[in-house]
Design a binder for this molecule. Structure first.
Ligand code: DOR
Length: 436
């Protein structure tokens, strides 16, 4: 019998209301028990690495570490099939566990697009053979993500898709979006909207503002995102469908989502670490690693997003992990593809919200595990007895320098290279398998 005992860690699990020092016992890949110490002594006072012994019973000393449910990323681009030079299911899931994630939901903008059950089944087969963590595919809303005709949502749902999205592109046709939201009610799954009015963004490559004027780059106004957020909220109210807004980047979007929630419209929303960590100024020097869609915005937007996370308007922190090949990012700014390789920096960047007192550790876990699981209806993100043993051990104080060359991801495209971050995952356990 394979057992792991993780001792004296500071266990936090918002799904169980646990926040204190204790021991976690794993048996045969499942959580067996969570035992809490009565003393209430906090466990992250001493800085210590987990110590492991080589036997069937593995004891891990987690004193000084947080012991948390494995993180769940509801917005990852794994690129396979079709773009294996950017990422594969194997390398992307390895990047996930390095970043503390034990489950990822992968977007359908592969080649071929995941718009039918054959592609969904391929992804699931590959993931179970080669994946380091659990993979949940997201199917396309429209055939070929062309925005013209609904994809076979029912067949993909049956094959294992947990949500639908044309991410990477918006659904410009409002009638098609209406139909997708109506179908979402049949399957009880979310429609994840990439909010961008293509006429307003007009091929722009960075945020519309003073920096774009200085750099002479074509511009994407905040309104390109906000008019689509408004449209989709209106369609969600009309249909009663389950709308989830992807990668929120502007103050106006946060306001619209807040108002919609106040009115009781069933909408949820995510942002990504880069939208609360850096601004459009990162593009200065024409750094293509800072080219992302939606684009990096202003300090005012960053502040609004932090407030949206604090007050619960934004439910989820997702990575929008978008790896690209080095050569593609070496092209001139206008021609380089958009995207940031985010799985391996997401937790550390998000821990800053805890260090700065914007979120508690438990609230951060709600955004990075519990809420994604609730929205996607996954049996994950909990340390409940009997659950698959998906656990991450985090040293919230250890400093490290981001070195993209050491990423497990094939995508080295990050604007955070060279930055010193505080806090990191030191061990990830997926279904009882240890990665350190
Ligand atoms: O920057 C982005 N990259 N935004 C998206 O919506 C798609 C993603 C990609 O697939 O590269």
């Amino acid at each position: 019998m394979d057992s792991i005992i993780i001792k004296n860690g500071h266990i936090i699990d918002p799904s169980l209301g646990i926040d204190g020092v204790g021991d976690l016992v794993i048996e045969n890949g499942k959580i067996k028990t969570v035992k809490r110490e009565e003393s209430g002594v906090r466990g992250h006072d001493k800085e210590e690495k987990p110590k492991t012994q080589n036997s069937k019973l593995k004891t891990i000393n987690a004193a000084g570490l947080y012991v948390l449910p494995g993180l769940v990323d509801m917005h990852t681009h794994l690129r396979e099939p079709g773009f294996e030079s950017k990422e594969t299911i194997s390398s992307g899931t390895m990047a996930a566990v390095r970043g503390g994630f034990t489950s990822v939901c992968c977007m359908p903008n592969t080649d071929p697009v995941n718009d039918n059950e054959t592609v969904t089944e391929f992804i699931l087969r590959k993931a179970s053979a080669e994946g380091a963590c659990s993979v949940f595919p997201i199917g396309a809303i429209s055939k070929g993500q062309k925005g013209e005709e609904l994809a076979e949502m029912g067949m993909m749902y049956e094959a294992g898709c947990v949500a639908f999205s044309d991410d990477g592109r918006p659904v410009m046709n409002s009638l098609l979006m209406r139909r997708a939201l109506e179908y979402s009610k049949v399957f009880h799954v979310p429609i994840i909207s990439h909010c961008e009015d293509l006429n307003l963004s007009d091929g722009g490559v960075m945020n519309e503002g003073t920096v774009s004027t200085l750099l002479g780059l074509s511009r994407v106004p905040a309104a390109a995102e906000e008019v689509m957020v408004a449209r989709d909220i209106i369609l969600a109210a009309l249909t009663g469908g389950r709308l989830h807004i992807a990668h929120v980047s502007t103050e106006g979007s946060v306001r619209l989502i807040r108002q919609a929630k106040e009115r009781g419209t069933g909408v949820t929303a995510e942002t990504c670490p880069h939208y609360f960590s850096i601004t459009e100024e990162a593009v200065e020097g024409y750094d293509t690693n800072a080219k992302v869609n939606p684009p990096l915005r202003t300090q005012r937007d960053v502040d609004a997003i932090k407030e949206g996370l604090r007050d619960g308007t934004i439910d989820v922190i997702a990575t929008d992990h978008a790896p690209h090949h080095r050569d593609e990012k070496l092209r001139e700014f206008d021609k380089a593809p958009s995207g940031i390789s985010g799985l391996e920096t997401a937790l550390s960047l998000s821990l800053k919200l805890v260090h700065d007192g914007i979120l508690t550790m438990s609230q951060l876990l709600e955004k990075m595990a519990l809420n994604p699981v609730r929205i996607m209806k996954l049996a994950k993100g909990t340390l409940h007895a009997g659950a698959e043993a998906d656990v991450v051990l985090v040293d919230a104080r250890r400093e490290w320098k981001v070195d993209p060359e050491r990423f497990a991801s094939r995508g080295k495209n990050t604007p955070f290279g060279g930055l010193v971050l505080r806090g990191m995952p030191v061990m990830t356990i997926c279904k009882g398998k240890i990665y350190e």
